[in-house]
Every structure is written in structure tokens, then in C-alpha cells.
Design a protein around this ligand. Sequence first.
Ligand code: DGP
Ligand code: NA
Ligand code: NA
Length: 210
Amino acid sequence: DNGHGNGARGALIVLEGLDRSGKSSQCLRLVSYLKGLGFPVESWHFPDRTTSVGNMISSYLSNESNLDDRTIHLLFSANRWEKRSLMEHKLRAGTTLIVDRYSYSGVAFSAAKGLDLEWCKAPELGLLAPDLVVYLDIPPEKAAERGGYGGERYEQLEFQRKVDQHYRTLHDPTWKVVDACLSMEDVEEHLRQLAKDCVSSCQNGKQLSQ
Ligand code: DGP
Ligand code: NA
Ligand code: NA
């Protein structure tokens, strides 16, 4: 029960895209919009660097440590697994979660290193399935022009091109693609509509799945 007495659950909404596609800013904007409409909503981000697994990921990303490609893959996945029960609890209690990156980042970034796609997908099986995946679509060259690649491990054009190809492989018809080269306001408007529809369908009884 969600405390409002109607048992409506929250929606699991995931934003995916290359580095510098605008995901993080759009997630925050979307959260304030949904809050303004009176929906219980939280902004989440993977990797969650605050846990001990997240600390290892963070030091890997900033090149303070090196890890074997499969090892870091499993840590990213473990970082989602360690949040799974809290996520489920929040959703069932009626809170919508806007999540900046999820399993698709996990698969696209590791597959871009040459790891086998099916091997990459395996540890993600059993995590909660998103109700909506929005892909913020930007050509890697355009993202690179935005500047502000922070110098972390994956923030290089050549690598982002490979990630882009793998995202295209993963992409399925249920994804909603938004052109991330549109103005911030236009992207925001698309996201608002998609999210509002999704939150309503979850309130109207759409089941949570894995
Ligand atoms: P972010 O904090 O969203 O900027 O993500 C940090 C970097 O890590 C970014 O380049 C994307 C990458 N990343 C995010 N999730 C995963 C994952 O599950 N696996 C791998 N290999 N990389 C990821
Ligand atoms: Na980044
Ligand atoms: Na980001």
C-alpha cells in the first residue's frame, strides 16, 4: 500500500544515452515537473557511487585503480543489485523513480570493450524491468562538441562511438527515442509527455515485472 490508500505503484523510468547527451539535467527537470504535479518521485542515478561497491567503480572511472574488464562489469551490475530491494519497495509504496542509466549502460559500455553481448546481459537478468526507457539520441561527435567530458575513463570520442553502436543493437521497439540535439526545452517537453503517460498507466494497475 502506498499510504494514499489506493495501492497505486510508482513508475520505473530510465533515461539512457551517451555521455553528454543531457540525461542528468533532464532527469532533474523531470523530477521537479512530476513533483509539481503532486506525484511522489525521486531521482536516482547508476552507478551509485555512495556505496562501497560504488566507491570501487568511482575509483576505476577516475583511473585511480585498474580492474579487469569482466570484474568491473560485474561490479556495475552488483551496484544495481544492491539497490534492487529498495527500488522495489519504493515503487510498491507509490514512488516513481527517474533513473539516470541502468542495465543498458551496463551492457553497451562493456560490449564496447569487446566483451560478449550475452555474457554482458546475464548478470542483469532479474533486475526490475523499467516501465519506460527513454533514449536521448545524440551523435557521438555532437556530444563530444558539447565539451566538458570530465576526463573519466570512458569519456573519449572513439570509445563513445563504439558505445553508440552497441546502444543501437540493444535498442528495442519499446524504447522511446528523443532527439537530444533539440533544445533543452523541447527535450524536456517530450519527456514530460512520455513520463506522464507512463506514471498514469502504472497507477492504473500495470504490473511491475523483472
Ligand atoms: P555517469 O556517472 O552517468 O557519468 O557514468 C559514469 C560512466 O560510467 C559513464 O561513462 C558511463 C559508464 N557506465 C555507467 N554505467 C555503467 C555500467 O553499468 N557498466 C559500464 N561498463 N559502464 C557504465
Ligand atoms: Na560521465
Ligand atoms: Na550524466
